[in-house]
Design a protein around this ligand. Structure first.
Ligand code: ATP
Ligand code: MG
Length: 419
């Protein structure tokens, strides 16, 4: 049997993980800075929450979901995104009754059956945030500010572009949709097959088609911004005003419609030109009807999700230096007695808060020092039979290649020797 991972699924290996930890930690800190608490929801949900939440014509529902029958015949789906599951939990746990505003963030794996390529996988990770209970533009602006601050605190703000748009209420969209069909129908032949299909199912989605030959036709299409009701217009104007006030650079792109049915009013996307066609690193928007649609109380909400693999790929390009595990001390001992002392010393140092690798495999000092170098240990403690007899240990500063001898009694306050 030759073992192999499933197509589109990948491992995150130890040599990559430090960058992941660094980025995940940064995101968590920022979510918490904005008053968000983590929620952990299951990876499997009833299929209905996605089909009725995201809309039948969305890419996710129409072709990307991992859906199968549970043993009792119910249809279940591996989560393709986080929002619907968080909404399900919000409703099930009556969160709106306990607190007028609920600010939640999540992190975890999502599953979409699409064509794998760099930055596009079938199993991938997102970190996202959802805020329930406020319909105000201040809330939208605060959420967009949180998304932006993740990128600016990671010093990636010069490599991403924030685009915002408003898609209004469902009535606004109904009028716009009619207008779009009137516009595209006579020029149908200039559109790709996918867009031709969308003309019947979801004409708004034609606007974010990336196919070269569609672009000129799309370029002259009517703009949703001309169809906004007065409330939606004011809401959007207020967000723009606030973003300017807090110095967040953005452009308005009336072509952004997002793929999912649940969005209302505000939508936004963060893109980069450093990842080829997988250029979206994060996206989100307001979804004032989803909670009700999934059977909950009428609750306005807004949120976003960041694709972690793409964020990592971007970060690697901008900061190519390796992120390594921090090893403070390598303990090299040789001979049975010294090895006995080595494990004892290692544990004392770990209790002092140090990261310690204990060389337990009876190799020569030469190969142990090689290992210490390889893992980038700051110091190596060397104990052989001779040192033991004299009740000392050698401390090697790996960077300076300097060795000093200390009494073994000093191990108890070792941390002071190196600080
Ligand atoms: P795309 O247009 O690239 O397919 P999307 O609109 O489907 O993106 P969203 O549903 O908005 O993506 O998900 C939010 C973020 O998750 C995206 O901006 C992207 O960074 C990331 N993402 C989406 N699908 C994938 C995938 N298959 N592999 C890796 N990351 C993904
Ligand atoms: Mg997609």
């Amino acid at each position: 049997m030759k073992v192999k991972s499933i197509r589109g699924f990948r491992d995150i290996l130890p040599e990559e993980i430090k960058r992941w930890h660094f980025i995940e930690e940064k995101c968590r800190k920022i979510f918490e800075k904005y008053g968000f608490s983590e929620i952990r929801i299951p990876i499997l949900e009833q299929t209905d929450i996605y089909t009725s939440g995201l809309g039948d014509t969305s890419d996710i529902v129409s072709k990307e979901m991992y859906t199968f029958e549970d043993r009792d015949g119910t249809s279940i789906t591996l989560r393709p995104e986080g929002t619907a599951g968080v909404v399900r939990s919000f409703i099930e746990n009556s969160m709106g009754k306990k607190s007028p505003v609920n600010k939640l963030y999540y992190s975890g794996m999502m599953f979409r059956h699409e064509r794998p390529q760099k930055g596009r996988y079938r199993g991938f990770n997102q970190m996202g945030a959802e805020c329930f209970g406020s319909e105000s533009a201040y809330c939208d602006a605060d959420i967009i500010s949180m998304l932006w601050s993740i990128f600016s605190e990671l010093e990636l703000n010069n490599h991403v572009k924030l685009e915002i748009n408003s898609i209004g209420t469902s009535e606004d969209r109904a009028k716009f949709r009619e207008e779009l069909v009137n516009y595209f129908e006579p020029q149908k032949d200039n559109l790709c097959d996918d867009c031709k299909r969308k003309l019947d199912t979801n004409p708004l989605r034609i606007l974010d088609c990336k196919v070269e030959t569609c672009l000129t036709t799309i370029g002259k299409a009517p703009s949703i911004l001309d169809f906004l009701s007065i409330d939606s217009k004011n809401h959007f104007e207020k967000i723009k005003f606030l973003l300017e006030k807090i110095d967040i650079p953005f452009t308005v792109n009336p072509k952004i419609v997002r793929g999912l049915d649940y969005y209302t009013d505000t939508v936004f996307e963060l893109t980069t030109d450093k990842l080829g066609s997988q250029n979206a690193v994060g996206a989100g928007g307001r979804y004032d009807v989803l909670v009700k649609q999934l059977g909950g109380p009428d609750t306005p909400a807004v949120g976003f999700a960041i694709g972690l693999e793409r964020l990592i790929l971007l970060h690697e390009q901008v900061f190519p230096e390796e992120y390594r595990q921090n090893v403070d001390i390598y303990v090299a001992s040789l001979g049975e007695k010294a090895l006995n002392e080595g494990i004892y010393i290692s544990n004392i140092l770990r209790k002092q808060g140090l990261n310690v690798e204990y060389g337990f495999d009876k190799k020569s000092f030469k190969s142990q020092l090689k290992r210490a170098n390889k893992i980038n240990a700051k110091y190596t403690i060397i104990i052989g039979e001779d040192e033991l007899d004299r009740n000392v240990f050698k401390l090697r500063n790996m960077k300076l290649s300097e060795e000093k001898e200390y009494s073994l009694d000093e191990i108890e306050n070792f941390i002071n020797l190196i600080s």
